[in-house]
Design a protein around this ligand. Structure first.
Ligand code: FAD
Length: 395
């Protein structure tokens, strides 16, 4: 029998899948659980059916470094399948655009397909002999002292004995809820919903007269339509489809005020007139009413661990509002940092304790920065400080 330690990673999203690779590299016996069906069963680029999350996201240097720690080959494959984004493109109400570079040396972020990234990580995990993937397993309960976790599957409840439980089960983490019940660990917890909902609006490719698909906007910019109390932003999707995915971030009351198709068109004509011809009136109205409206929550907690039995990573440890584009990137960095401590400390309990102590300042800071960046994106980018133009009244 192998004397390798066993780890149950709960959550096969991007962060849990990456963690599976790191644990496998260090010789652990890894089982990666998720309540969903295997998302690779619906391999359509751009599919969000199984995640309920945004279609594309920004992968930054921080996230790429996290990927490299698991496999430089995988990180290379992923960074070859992105659209580089070198700056913001600010759109005013008259449809004029202004480019604001992120960096004078050309550093950039990368638009990546969320579903594809998750599939790539799962494919890599599948190749490791010491990783088992178990979908259709919803975690119900952890007894950390008894080293036991309990799942519910379509065939009933399953109990598993395990040395370490890793909570990578997202913002509404069951592992975190179980950790908060461990009296001696005294987990502090703070949750804040902001008064903003998000709704994705696809911007299809432009089809030329000879039937060629082209991006409808410059793909190497993050496009922002800042309107002070709300905003539309848009990132290019990778692939032959050459579409963009826009996300409208707006207070609930503004969404509630828009009841009829004519309201949608009036609203877009007033605030985003250049977007209507790109999408088409009918498709715009259909998407506005049919696409889900998501909420945005910021969660802080500490500590992230219990003895050598449990640790939280990714959104389970620190859900943040998406305006800094760093939620997943930070989750990848969590895994990298966790293993830095694992390698520097013989005892797993010491490594987990160090992870909590060192990581929390950074995570609290980036959560606060993400919150502050909402004001920056929807309003401050229109100030004279940023704009080359001398007028700001068209925002
Ligand atoms: P998740 O992706 O939430 O995955 C958690 C997994 O756990 C899921 O697969 C779920 O099925 C599973 N699970 C949950 N409960 C259980 C249970 N009880 N038992 C078993 N399995 C369970 N981040 C960026 O870095 N860049 C961006 O540009 C960016 N843009 C964003 C835009 C929007 C609109 C939003 C909402 C978020 C954005 N984020 C971005 C944040 C990013 O989506 C998250 O930080 C990231 O998905 C977190 O990954 P995760 O693996 O920790 O959690």
């Amino acid at each position: 029998m192998s004397d390798a330690k066993t780890v149950a990673i709960v959550g096969a999203g991007p962060v849990g899948s990456l963690a599976a690779l790191y644990f496998a590299n260090e010789g652990w016996n890894v089982t990666l659980y998720d309540l969903r069906a295997d998302p690779r069963l619906e391999r359509t680029p751009g599919s969000t059916a199984s995640t309920g999350k945004s279609i594309n996201l920004a992968l930054s240097h921080r996230g790429i470094e996290g990927l490299k720690g698991a496999s430089t080959k995988l990180a290379g494959m992923i960074t070859n399948n992105v659209v580089p984004v070198y700056g913001r493109m600010i759109h005013d109400k008259k449809g004029r655009q202004e480019s604001q570079a992120y960096d004078v040396h050309g550093q950039h972020i990368n638009a990546v397909d969320r579903g594809w990234l998750n599939w790539a990580l799962l494919d890599e995990a599948d190749e490791r002999p010491n990783v088992a993937l178990k979908f259709g397993h919803r975690l119900l309960q952890c007894d950390f002292d008894a080293k036991m976790v309990k799942f519910i599957t379509k065939d009933g409840e399953v109990e598993v004995n395990v040395d370490l439980v890793v909570g990578a089960d997202g913002a509404h983490s069951t592992v975190r809820n179980q950790l908060m019940k461990v009296a001696r660990q005294r987990v502090d917890f703070e949750q804040k919903y902001i008064d903003t909902l998000w709704c994705e609006i696809s911007i299809p490719s432009h089809v030329t007269e000879d039937g060629k698909k082209e991006y409808p906007l410059d793909p190497n910019h993050l496009h922002i339509w800042p309107r002070k109390t709300f905003m539309l932003m848009s990132l290019a999707n990778i692939g032959d489809d050459k579409s963009f995915t826009g996300t409208l971030f707006m207070p609930q009351s503004n969404f509630d005020d828009i009841t009829y198709p004519q309201d949608v068109l009036d609203f877009f004509r007033t605030y985003f007139p250049d977007v209507i011809p790109l999408i088409g009136e009918e498709y715009l109205v259909k998407q506005f009413f049919n696409n889900p409206k998501g909420s945005l929550v910021s969660i802080k907690c500490t500590p992230y661990h219990y003895l050598d039995r449990c640790v939280l990573i990714g959104d389970a440890a620190h859900a943040m509002v998406p305006f800094y584009g760093q939620g997943m990137n930070c989750g990848f960095e969590d895994v990298q940092q966790l293993f830095m401590h694992m390698k520097a400390n013989n005892a797993v309990s010491s490594a987990l304790e160090k992870y909590t102590l060192v990581r929390r300042q950074d995570l609290f800071a980036i959560s606060d920065l993400a919150m502050a960046n909402y004001v920056e994106m929807r309003s401050s980018v229109t100030s004279k400080m940023y704009l080359a133009r001398k007028h700001t009244e068209e925002f």
